[in-house]
Design a protein around this ligand. Structure first.
Ligand SMILES: [Zn+2]
Length: 319
């Protein structure tokens, strides 16, 4: 008999990944496409297209038991509802039901950061401790608290949006959420680019900065290594901000580990600079340490699709 598998779909800001996974989170086959997430309706159409195309063009290797979808924004995984990409881009869509009716399979949905933290729980740091924080630092900043093996999701599936907290670096920039100087406004990939634009007349720089062009985290960190004054300021305040954020979270849930995911966190220079700024006394009970995820950061959320679906099918509380 063929082993049970799920079809995972990970919708990200720039790409959509689809693949067949087994219960251990192994990816048997996967495809990647550019994503369209300007609206939920557009994204849902694309999700349906990539699933239909997968069934048409790929040979399934296992016995498919469910479709499991990761989304950006606020998702109620219990009710199967996708509420919003962000508050100004919101439409209540009963996505699990819609996809299930179309493809005649059980469907589960989840937020992508929640899904990545489930992958950490089953396939990564969770093997050592059930109390940890998963922090994703990419275009934006979000995290998840896992306490006593339970993922904290909150009353409105909106827990862990910690990019919108303040950490004592006041850049006077109003965030998309309405607050001023949220850590995401200067310490995420997009935030660092915005800071390069905001501070470009204050510090000399070799960085190429043209109107509205997003300067990548990698470009900024490369310039930092060449002692570029603007890049130095932007990288120093970003890594300070992330360190402060981590210490605030450590004081909140007393974790034994902090795991970092996302493109920026995966940069060794950024990561090392941030580590130096952690206070030993604050971090003394984080016995398993602060680490970059050991799961491939490009695939962690897709692997989380499998973890989520198999947990749900087994009748266990998955989120
Ligand atoms: Zn904010």
């Amino acid at each position: 008999m063929k082993k049970e598998t799920v079809l995972g779909v990970d919708l990200g800001g720039t790409k959509i990944l689809i693949g067949e996974l087994d219960q251990a989170g192994n990816i048997l086959e996967s495809k990647s496409f550019r994503s369209k997430v300007t609206s939920q309706v557009e994204a849902v159409e694309q999700i349906k297209e990539v699933i239909a195309s997968y069934f048409e063009n790929e040979k399934l290797q296992g016995q498919l038991v469910a479709i499991s979808i990761d989304l950006v924004g606020r998702v109620d995984s219990e009710k199967g509802i996708w509420y919003e990409i962000h508050p100004e881009n919101a439409k209540e869509i009963p996505l699990a039901q819609e996809i299930s009716q179309r493809f005649n399979l059980p469907v589960v949905i989840n937020n992508d950061v929640s899904s990545a933290s489930l992958a950490e729980m089953e396939l990564g740091i969770g093997k050592k401790t059930k109390d940890f924080i998963y922090l994703n630092i990419g275009t934006g900043i979000a995290g998840r608290i896992i306490a006593e093996g339970q993922l904290l999701k909150g009353g409105h599936s909106n827990a862990g949006e910690i990019g919108h907290s303040l950490v004592g670096i006041n850049n006077h920039v109003r965030c998309v959420c309405g607050r001023i100087a949220c850590v995401e406004t200067f310490a995420s990939g997009l935030g660092m680019s915005n800071e390069v634009h905001r501070l470009k007349n204050k510090y000399p720089t070799q960085l190429e900065i043209t109107d509205k062009h997003r300067v990548s985290g990698e470009e900024i960190i490369n310039a930092f290594q060449k002692n570029d004054p603007l890049a130095k300021e932007v990288v120093e305040q970003a890594t300070k901000g992330i360190a402060e954020l981590i210490m605030n979270l450590v004081r909140t849930s007393d974790p034994e580990a902090v795991i970092l995911g996302g493109g920026l966190a995966n940069n060794d220079i950024f990561y090392e600079l941030m580590l130096e700024k952690l206070n030993a006394n604050t971090m003394r009970f984080v016995t398993e340490g602060v680490h970059q995820t050991e799961i491939d950061p490009r695939l962690i959320a897709l692997k989380g699709c499998a973890v989520h679906a198999f947990k749900k099918l087994a009748g266990k509380e998955a989120q």
